[in-house]
Write a protein that binds this ligand. Structure first.
Ligand code: ADP
Ligand code: ZN
Length: 720
């Protein structure tokens, strides 16, 4: 009888051994269903010698129930799972679970519902319905896909479904995706672009692992350039993964992709419906899926023959996952490419210091696009000193910025105001008694959202109606909004430019792909004069008539003791500045600040990226911070404050004493209360070469904690 060792989807249990029925052909990587007590669980057959486990007597082994009809996970992916678990101090099961996307990916219904025109007419014909029905002639697809085809809202189509104008059709979920064509609409690349593209294509064809840093200024055509190796992969029948930092950017990307390759790629993100998810998963595993565009979780999919990975806007912090398995998708992407022996391209106009350092030391190969495509110039950047030239009382926009906005409106050009704060005001307080509205679950103020008349917590999602009177002292009309959020800036613009068409672009207003697509269409069609947005609008968008960018508060990101604050501020402002003057008209950027001499701001104004990176490098070196030293965090949390504190103390009390490894804390974490859990933190700082993971594993292995306590490890944490 054959025995196998399984990784099972239960992080609390290690690998378990089972027997294999004679008629079942399992191999390493096979996904199976096995008994666990009275339950059934999903497991992956793994190499025994790579998984230390207890050997169970043959007579005690229970047989596997079922072999799932999906391709076994390839060795390359199994090694990636092991590496990720090891590097990020996470249970193997937790990483494996990301690959199978909760097991449900393989089981469940095998059909899904699509819709097509039935031939009957709606009771009442509206212009939108007419447009939709016209666009959907001969089409059959999911509502989501039809919404895109018809460029109408999902509500219009639902109305047509209710009236029987669109009829449901059950289809097999494994029906094929439209095929992308390498030569559908090939652009003429510039000399620089061509040099970069050819180099990546050569590596792809040679099937080598090379990590590239594609360092190109905003508007240099990074996307157009990496589309060439994508085309090469398509020609060679190999799959491509493009990681994008934000789902709001996906729509614009999909449109571009489709006009280049004639068909949309497969989109992968956490809010896919389960049938779509299953269909995509299976197409990826079978090799049918050509190009996958996704959020960081797409990195762990079981590609049958991956040929290329692109990480676009690779500096973005949203590639770092901050719960569950705390991994950095940018770094895991490089490891995946290494196991697969393929090129990986990290594209950015403002690379992370770590990535630049890797390029400098020759670990990454640097590819450069130093100028904007088509002769467009980079925008002129000027700082507005708010201390010398403040806005009017109760306003947030300085006179020069107001003037510039007026000027653009007259010229029929577009403007973008950037403020990285959602809502109307970041803090609401009672003028009478000083009461401040705080989230009951988090160490955070509630943020007023005036469009919806609510107070919301941006950390846990708590929200409440904005009251008329102070809940503490009962005084009516005593609540005042402190400081600006994007909604407040939009109000101010409305007062200054009553005739302007204004759009607020944040994760609140562009929270579905449809809304994001509508926003892009309106901005491109020049139905918007002024965009007021958060970091969501700082990247990816290409609006040729946008010629003015105003940064409302450049100092915002520099507050607080975050080690990466300067870098993040630099990146955000350089990126948002990059939205200006991308067409034939030159762009202008006005930065409002109280600290025009701060190194970040001065470097931005001088357009001196090297000066900024040099100063930042020195700051990091002296702080022993990445890329020169390593940091890790141990975060202890519980719903019971005392329990969290005790557990943190217990960890602190058993700290190992190792030369050159500094252990700080425990202390309350920066968000000492988050989503109802009290949090304490220990920080570990060590030299680059220190085996931080081994130290942490050995240390924590000796301890036991009460059930309510969660201890998580964050290797290379983003903010601390
Ligand atoms: P980046 O991502 O570097 O900011 P994009 O890829 O968005 O730059 O390119 C900026 C603009 O220039 C886009 O509208 C793009 O279509 C256009 N563009 C870039 N390269 C080419 C090319 N070779 N041929 C035609 N248009 C190009
Ligand atoms: Zn909260």
């Amino acid at each position: 009888m054959k025995r196998v060792r399984l990784i099972i989807f239960n992080a609390a249990l290690g690998p378990l051994d089972y027997s294999v029925p004679d008629d079942m052909a399992v191999e390493y990587g096979s996904v199976v269903v096995a008994p666990l007590g009275p339950r059934q669980i999903i497991g992956i057959v793994w190499e025994e010698d790579r998984l230390p486990g207890e050997s169970v007597a043959a007579s005690k082994l229970r047989p596997i129930f079922e072999l799932l009809p999906i391709p076994p996970l390839r060795a390359e992916l199994r090694r990636l799972i092991e590496w990720t678990a090891d590097y990020y101090c996470a249970p193997l099961a937790a990483v494996a679970r990301m690959v199978l996307s909760s097991g449900g990916a393989m089981r469940g219904p095998t059909t899904m519902t699509e819709y097509r025109l039935s031939g009957s007419e709606p009771e009442r014909m509206t212009p939108q319905r007419a447009v939709a029905m016209d666009a959907l002639q001969g089409e059959q697809a999911t509502i989501r896909e039809l919404t895109e085809l018809a460029s109408v809202s999902d509500g219009v189509l639902r109305g047509l479904v209710n009236q029987g104008v669109l009829e449901p059709v059950e289809v097999n979920i494994d029906r094929p995706y439209p095929q992308a064509q390498a030569d559908y609409d090939e652009p003429q690349l510039s000399g620089d672009q061509n040099t970069v593209a050819s180099r990546i294509v050569a590596v792809l064809e040679a099937r080598e692992f090379v990590p590239f840093l594609l360092d190109g200024v905003t508007g240099s055509g990074k996307t157009e350039t990496y589309f060439e190796p994508v085309a090469a992969a398509l020609r060679g029948n190999r799959q491509v993964l493009v990681l994008l930092p934000e789902i709001a950017l996906t729509e614009a990307f999909l449109k571009r992709f489709e006009s280049r390759f004639g068909a949309a790629p497969i989109v992968w993100h956490s809010s896919l419906k389960s049938t779509e998810r299953r269909r995509a998963w299976r197409a990826i595993a079978s090799g049918e899926a050509q190009v996958v565009v996704g959020a960081r979780s797409a990195l762990f999919l079981p590609y049958a023959s991956l040929g290329l990975i692109i990480v676009d806007e690779a500096h973005e912090i949203s590639f770092k996952q901050d719960e569950g398995v705390r991994y950095n998708a940018r770094d895991v992407a490089v490891m995946r490419a290494r196991f697969e022996k393929i090129p990986v391209v990290l594209a950015s106009a403002t690379p992370a210091l770590e990535s630049l350092q890797m390029a400098e030391s020759g670990v990454y190969e640097r590819l450069e696009l130093p100028s904007r495509f088509g002769g467009a110039t980079l925008p002129a950047i000027t700082t507005l000193n708010l201390t010398e030239n403040p806005p009017e009382r109760g306003r947030w926009l300085a006179p020069e910025l107001v003037e510039a906005l007026q000027d653009r409106l007259t010229k029929n050009e577009q403007s973008l105001l950037f403020l990285n704060r959602r809502g109307y005001a970041p803090l609401t307080l009672c003028r009478h008694c000083g009461h401040r509205f705080q989230c009951p679950n988090c160490t955070a103020w509630l943020v007023e959202h005036r469009f919806t008349s609510r107070l919301a917590c941006h950390h846990c999602g708590y929200d409440a109606v904005l009251p008329d009177a102070c809940p503490d002292c009962g005084e009516a009309d005593s609540l005042v909004a402190c400081g600006p959020g994007v909604e407040r800036i939009a109000d101010e613009v409305k007062e200054i430019l009553p005739e302007a068409r204004i759009a607020v672009a944040t994760s609140d207003t562009l929270n579905t792909p449809e809304k994001a697509a509508e926003f892009v269409a309106q901005a491109e069609g020049k139905a918007i004069d002024v965009i007021v947005g958060t970091q969501l609008v700082t990247k990816g968008f290409h609006f040729p008539d946008l010629t003015l960018v105003g940064v409302v508060d450049a100092d915002l990101g520099l507050e607080g003791g975050d080690l990466r604050a300067a870098e993040r501020t630099y990146q955000q402002i350089a990126q948002v500045a990059g939205r200006a003057g991308r067409g034939s008209k030159p762009g202008e950027v006005l930065i409002q600040t109280r600290h025009p001499k701060a190194p970040v701001i001065a470097a931005l104004e001088a357009g001196d990226r090297d000066a900024f990176y040099a100063a930042e490098t020195e700051a990091r070196r002296s702080a022993g911070a990445p890329p020169f030293g390593r940091w890790a965090a141990i975060i202890v949390s519980s719903e019971d404050e005392n329990e969290a504190k005790e557990a943190a103390r217990a960890i602190g009390g058993t700290r190992p004493n190792i030369r050159d490894v500094m252990i700080l804390g425990p202390a309350p974490a920066p968000m000492a209360l988050l989503r109802g859990r009290y949090r304490y933190r220990l920080l570990i700082n060590a030299r680059r070469s220190a085996q931080v993971q081994d130290i942490i594993r050995k240390w924590l292995d000796t301890l036991d904690f009460p059930r309510g306590v969660r201890v998580s490890v964050d290797i290379d944490p983003y903010s601390f």
